[in-house]
Design a protein around this ligand. Structure first.
Ligand code: ADP
Ligand code: GN1
Ligand code: MG
Length: 370
């Protein structure tokens, strides 16, 4: 990363001390993230600064207002229960004008957080115990936001997990064939058409009010949770850009499809891809323990549907972006989105095969904790 990219933006935030260094973190698929080090006498202060992708987030101020409100709520809830918010809630660093973000016509849109030190964000979950902690973190997040007024939130990306609308967008991408890639992916297109009905199932259950709308995170990858490096315990849920009204099945399903896959999200060898049942069980245990008494029996019994729908949704989103010519997700090669789409399809085939097993597993934890 070139220091040049950020040097003009740094003096506008309330960072304490003298700038020492910066390093780019490249795990995210949307925003640009840098870790900063400042020295203030004997103290080292670390910060995160992010350039917000305004193609993806059309109303960055609305998004930042959501984040400010949600982090305040989480902090108050921790303190009410006798805990401390330190290292457990994201903390915004304001600008010298006391704003929560910078919108500069030339330099772009930026925000900053204090960096939570000695913490791990897992791009790959190594052990079931880590996955259980990730489950606990997202379960607790859901619990702590159960009394947050959903109507106070902006929809930062309208219809984000609305797979019915996403299916129409996919069909449009096929029709338009902007990048001339449709011919290469006819099998993949058919794969998704075959699952059209299944993909719309959560949306239909929300419409019929069988499932309630809640405040959800909506992007529950394992690298959006920080674990204490020493104890392994979960600290903070991060990446709050998509906190919006949604279904608990989204958070459960997205977390499992990412963290309990036997391979990375962009694994090329699809034979290596499947669902790790031990990690799935561990996540479910952590998540159900924290949300028992909050989530309804209708939600809890349908958790496996979340895995199926979210895996299919991501396959469709990656393929749509491939057909559009890679406008949305960051890519490291022209086939990156296609590789990602195929990987999600391989995972989905395994999830479908294990459907009965997944239902039994969920019932087991419901009997025990819910
Ligand atoms: P993206 O939307 O691009 O995924 P994230 O907000 O998830 O961006 O940040 C990317 C990575 O930066 C995270 O996975 C984590 O490793 C690190 N990170 C972000 N915020 C913090 C923080 N406050 N403290 C420590 N690490 C952080
Ligand atoms: C994006 O920003 P990041 O990398 O945490 C995307 C998620 C996808 C994920 C797939 C705002 O998440 O929805 O599931 O990539 N975020 C947005 O890796 O679209
Ligand atoms: Mg992230």
């Amino acid at each position: 990363m070139a220091y040049n990219d950020i040097k003009n933006i740094l003096p506008r935030f309330r960072f304490e001390g003298e700038y020492v260094s910066s390093r780019e973190l490249t795990s995210g698929n949307i925003n640009e993230t840098y870790v900063l080090e400042y020295r203030d006498g004997p103290r080292t202060n670390m910060y995160i600064i992010q350039k917000i992708n305004t193609y993806v987030f059309r109303d960055p101020l609305g998004m930042m207002q959501n984040i400010a409100a949600v982090t305040e709520h989480l902090k108050a809830s921790l303190q009410r229960h006798g805990g401390s918010a330190e290292r457990q809630v994201l903390e915004l660093v304001r600008t010298k004008n006391n704003d929560i973000l910078i919108q500069d016509r030339k330099l772009g849109v930026w925000r900053a957080y204090t960096f939570i030190t000695n913490a791990l964000a897992l791009d790959v979950v190594r052990e079931p115990a880590q996955m259980e902690e990730v489950g606990r973190a997202f379960g607790r997040f859901q619990r702590n936001l159960a009394d947050f007024p959903a109507e106070a939130l902006f929809e930062t990306i309208p219809h984000f997990h609305n797979t019915t609308k996403r299916f129409y967008a996919f069909v449009r991408a096929v029709d338009e064939d902007k990048a001339g890639r449709v011919r290469e992916v006819e099998d993949e297109i058919e794969f998704l058409f075959d699952r059209r009905r299944m993909m719309g199932e959560i949306v239909r259950l929300l419409d019929r009010k069988v499932l309630p709308l809640r405040v959800t995170h909506n992007d529950t990858k394992s690298n959006n949770v920080l674990l204490d490096e020493q104890t392994g315990q979960s600290l903070a849920v991060i990446d709050l850009d998509t906190v919006m009204p949604g279904s608990s099945l989204y958070d459960y399903g997205d977390a499992v499809r990412f963290g309990a896959s036997t391979a990375r999200e962009d694994e090329e060898d699809t034979r290596l891809i499947g669902l790790d049942m031990e990690k799935t069980r561990a996540f479910t245990r952590g998540f159900v323990q924290e949300t028992a008494g909050i989530l309804s029996p209708e939600e809890l019994s349908r958790l496996p549907l979340g895995i199926k729908v979210l895996t299919a949704e991501l396959a469709m989103r990656f393929l749509t972006d491939y057909l559009d010519g890679d406008l949305y997700f960051k890519v490291n090669s022209p086939v990156h989105n296609l590789v990602r789409a195929r990987a999600q399809m391989a995972l989905l085939v395994d999830v479908e095969r294990r459907e009965e097993e997944l239902h039994q597993m969920v019932q087991h934890y419901l009997a025990r904790y819910a």
